[in-house]
Design a protein around this ligand. Structure first.
Ligand code: AKG
Ligand code: FE2
Length: 341
C-alpha cells in the first residue's frame, strides 16, 4: 500500500467496489457545486474542437491547422497519425489486464515516497480542500532508454513490456513531427521547440495509465480535477468511455471520443517556450456510473535539470518574456505542491 504523509492510502478501485452495495461514495469525493460536472458541463451546441488529419499532404496547411488549434484551444485530436491500430490495442489490453490483477500484485509497483512520479498510485497533486479524485494510476518512463526503470513496468501480463515499447517507438515519430510543426507555426526553424526542451535524444516520455472505476455518483465526482499538464505536450489515447472535458471561453466542453485518434494537450512548457502564443489547455475528466474509463497519456517533457523559458527568438522589447526561465524540476515541484511558479 502506498504511504503518503505517514498514512496508508486506500485505492479508488477498492473504494468503488465497496460503494457498489450502498450506491454512495465517501464525502471527500463529492466536489463543491462549482466543480460538479452535472452543474458545470456546457450543454448547448458544442463548438468544433479541432481534428487534425496527419495524412494531409499539404505540409504548410497542416502546420497552420496545428498552430491555430494550439493558439485557440491548446487541444486537438489527430487522425491518420500512422500508429497501427493493433499497436494501440495491445497497449490498452496490457494496461487493462494489469489493473485487473489482484490488489496485492499491483501494490508491488507502488510509488515510493521519494519525489519520483513513477509507480502505481492514487493521489498526485495536492488538492484544495482535501477533495479526492476518482482515479488510480500507474506511471513509468518509456523513453529514453537511460531513463527507464523496469521495476515499475508490470511483469504481468507478460506482453506488457513489448506492447509498451512498440507504442513508444511509434508515438515518438508522431511527437517529433508535432514539435516540428508547432515550431514552424511560430515562424521558427523546425527544431526550435525540441531544442528548447533539450533535444530529441533527451526529451522524456512518461506514460501514465489512468484507471477510473465505475462511480455510483458520477454527477458530483471528478476523475482528474481541472489542471493543465506541466509537460511540453501530452499525447493520449483513451478507451471508448467518454470523459475528457476541456475548458474554453468560460465553459467545460466534452471532447468527443474519436476511435483511434491521438488526443494532444499543449502543456505548460510549450506555452512557456512560445511565450504564451500557444495555450496550455485546462482540462478535467468525468467518471461513469457503470463503466470503467481508462486513458494512456504520455507526458513529453524536458529532463529535470534542463532550464526552460520563453525562446529568445520570440522575446524582444515589444514582446517581453511573460514567464520565468527555470529548471524543469523546480517547475514540477511548484506545480505538484500548488506553489506560485
Ligand atoms: O483521462 C484523460 O482523458 C485525461 C487524463 C489527464 O488529464 C491526466 O492524467 O493528466
Ligand atoms: Fe492532464
Amino acid at each position: 500500500m502506498e504511504v503518503i504523509d505517514g498514512r496508508q492510502r486506500e485505492r479508488v478501485q477498492s473504494i468503488a467496489f465497496n460503494s457498489l452495495s450502498n450506491q454512495d461514495i465517501p464525502a471527500e469525493f463529492i466536489r463543491a457545486e462549482t466543480e460538479q460536472p452535472a452543474l458545470t458541463t456546457f450543454n448547448g451546441p458544442i463548438p468544433e474542437i479541432p481534428v487534425i488529419d496527419f495524412g494531409n499532404p499539404d505540409h504548410e496547411k497542416l502546420a497552420e491547422e496545428i498552430a491555430d488549434a494550439s493558439r485557440e484551444w491548446g487541444f486537438f485530436q489527430i487522425v491518420n497519425h500512422g500508429i497501427p491500430g493493433e499497436v494501440i490495442e495491445e497497449l490498452q489490453k496490457a494496461g487493462k489486464e494489469f489493473f485487473e490483477l489482484d490488489q496485492s500484485e499491483k501494490e508491488e509497483y507502488a510509488r515510493d515516497d521519494n519525489g519520483s512520479l513513477e509507480g502505481y498510485g492514487t493521489k498526485l497533486q495536492k488538492e484544495i480542500e482535501g477533495k479526492k479524485a476518482w482515479v488510480d494510476y500507474l506511471f513509468h518512463n518509456v523513453w529514453p532508454p537511460s531513463r527507464i526503470n523496469y521495476r515499475f513496468w508490470p511483469k504481468n501480463p507478460p506482453y506488457y513490456r513489448k506492447a509498451n515499447e512498440e507504442y513508444a517507438k511509434h508515438l515518438k515519430v508522431v511527437v517529433e513531427k508535432l514539435m516540428n510543426y508547432l515550431s514552424e507555426g511560430l515562424g521558427l526553424e523546425e527544431n526550435a521547440l525540441i531544442e528548447g526542451v533539450g533535444g530529441e535524444e533527451v526529451m522524456e516520455y512518461l506514460l501514465k495509465i489512468n484507471y477510473y472505476p465505475p462511480c455510483p455518483r458520477p454527477e458530483v465526482a471528478l476523475g482528474v480535477p481541472p489542471h493543465t499538464d506541466m509537460s511540453a505536450l501530452t499525447a493520449l489515447v483513451p478507451n471508448e468511455v467518454q470523459g475528457l472535458q476541456v475548458f474554453k471561453d468560460d465553459h467545460w466542453f466534452d471532447a468527443k471520443y474519436i476511435p483511434n485518434a491521438i488526443v494532444v494537450h499543449i502543456g505548460d512548457q510549450i506555452e512557456i517556450m512560445s511565450n504564451g502564443k500557444y495555450k496550455s489547455v485546462l482540462h478535467r475528466t468525468t467518471v461513469n456510473k457503470e463503466k470503467t474509463r481508462m486513458s494512456w497519456p504520455v507526458f513529453c517533457s524536458p529532463p529535470s535539470e534542463h532550464v526552460v523559458g520563453p525562446l529568445p527568438q520570440l522575446v524582444n522589447e515589444e514582446n517581453p518574456a511573460k514567464f520565468k526561465t527555470k529548471k524543469y524540476k523546480d517547475y514540477e515541484y511548484c506545480k505538484l505542491n500548488k506553489l506560485p511558479q
